[in-house]
Design a protein around this ligand. Structure first.
Ligand SMILES: CC(C)(COP(=O)(O)OP(=O)(O)OC[C@H]1O[C@@H](n2cnc3c(N)ncnc32)[C@H](O)[C@@H]1OP(=O)(O)O)[C@@H](O)C(=O)NCCC(=O)NCCS
Length: 161
């Protein structure tokens, strides 16, 4: 699949209250497979789950193409430690958007929000997420039947802004 034309894309931060309905609509548009990979389980009530995630007021990152929201990532943090998760709309996957979004999230968390550690979970067959994690210098470890990737200032590979 061809790479996304980066000039058409904008990285944005979304507000859980102001933009909440748009984020829910985005999640509703995803395939069951993408939902499963994002949440690491089959989910019957996606809307209810996303509403409760939004209620915890995560930092939300988005990628827009024109007016359309095509990828969403969240960071859930406490005391400088953040868990991140993200998903790209099905028809836009495999075009470099996830890689860009993770870079945007890690830059913001480490450079602007005082993160000391950022981690994410993925299933062991999530090749794209494993490659992205390695690209940014994440340390990948097995956690039961999943992988956990940990980014810290020592292993992180980012361009400083
Ligand atoms: C995982 C996900 C976020 C990755 O985003 P993406 O935009 O699809 O992935 P990218 O196009 O940025 O590709 C990332 C890497 O995987 C590689 N890749 C892409 N498609 C691939 C394929 N079919 N097979 C092997 N490698 C592939 C890319 O080449 C890139 O590696 P590189 O930079 O070393 O070349 C996205 O696929 C997604 O939303 N999946 C469902 C939800 C999910 O799994 N979320 C992660 C858990 S929180």
């Amino acid at each position: 699949m061809p790479s996304a034309d980066v000039e058409e894309l904008s990285m944005v931060q979304l507000d859980p209250v102001r933009d909440g309905e748009e984020v829910i609509e985005f999640y509703r548009s995803l395939s069951r497979q993408s939902i499963k990979s994002r949440f690491m389980c089959m989910m019957s009530d996606v809307e209810g789950c996303v509403r409760s995630l939004l209620a915890s007021r995560p930092i939300i990152y988005g990628v827009r193409r024109g007016g359309e929201l095509i990828a969403v990532g969240e960071a859930y943090g406490k005391g400088g430690v953040y868990e991140i998760a993200l998903v790209v709309k099905d028809k836009h996957q495999g075009r470099g958007i996830g890689k860009m979004l993770v870079g945007f999230m890690l830059s913001d968390l480490f450079n602007n929000r005082g993160a000391t550690r950022v981690y994410a979970y993925m299933s062991i067959d999530n090749i794209r997420m494993v490659r992205i994690s390695r690209y940014y210098g994440g340390r990948i470890m097995t956690d039961g039947d999943t992988y956990k990737v940990v980014f810290d200032p020592v292993n992180l590979r980012l361009r400083r802004n």
